[in-house]
Write a new protein. Sequence first.
Length: 330
Amino acid sequence: MLKSIPFSLLELASVREHSSISDTLQNSLCYAQAAEKLGFKRFWLAEHHNMEGIASSATAVLIGYIASGTQTLRVGSGGIMLPNHPPLVIAEQFGTLACLYPDRIDLGLGRAPGTDQITSRALRRDNLAADEFPTEVSVLQQLLAPSVQGQRLKAIPGAGTEVPIWLLGSSLFSAQLAAKRGLPYAFAGHFAPRLMREALRIYQTQFVPSATLNTPYAMLGMPVVVADSEEEAKYLSTTSHQRILALLRGNPLWLKPPVDSMEGLWNIEEELHVKDFLSLAAVGNPAQVKAKLEQLATELGINEFMFTIDVYEPQKRLRALEFLAEMKSD
């Protein structure tokens, strides 16, 4: 079953504790290059601001960096948080990327600001921008479409590039909008799995065919830690546990080395929160992870998986890619 389902990656450019941002971004490129060789379809970068330990704030710049170091991999945003930006600026940025790397750029859009109120104000967007999301998606579609006679506002570059637009979400709003507009939809199960089944059901049952898509196309984002043994995978997954714990506490999000046990690092309430946050994670040996992916694909009608792999050691993360690629060849 997995042979026919594309595998893709979501990258936050997580900075390892005591490492540099330069090293982080170089590791991200090596990660993307390895994914390309192994047949992964997409490599998306997520927009985050004012978060120590996450280096993907200049998302469009990083997309260009990754695209320039690869040849066939589709590179894009997972996503651009549209309330933070004027649509014209995004159309120009992604139109430029599409001209430099034809038929390789994706534009995933999120409705949340993806940051705190102080940072939102620093980005010079108003608090009501999220309410304008459907309108601004329409504006972006128009700016990336071929120009028409009499059109006064044009994205140059951008017009006519028709960069594929995806709607991303962790709630029901974007699922409904993606269905109504006939756009591909990606559910953010890697951090908010609670509404996954309902959101995907709404998208798939309410989908209206469009010039973009004849049938619904659903991508599921989910965390994965796969290793030689279940024991090792659980050990490696403590890196993710520590990072989500830091997020809950409002601490810097440095990627920390795995630990033998989380006991003493969190209290019972924090443990429950972290495990709820990561409840969709597939953690185990290759057979266990494959079984979970097959079960999700069958149950939910998934067209594509997008994985977050928060593993501290770069070589262990590359090994996880090899395990995933082997699942498609079995």
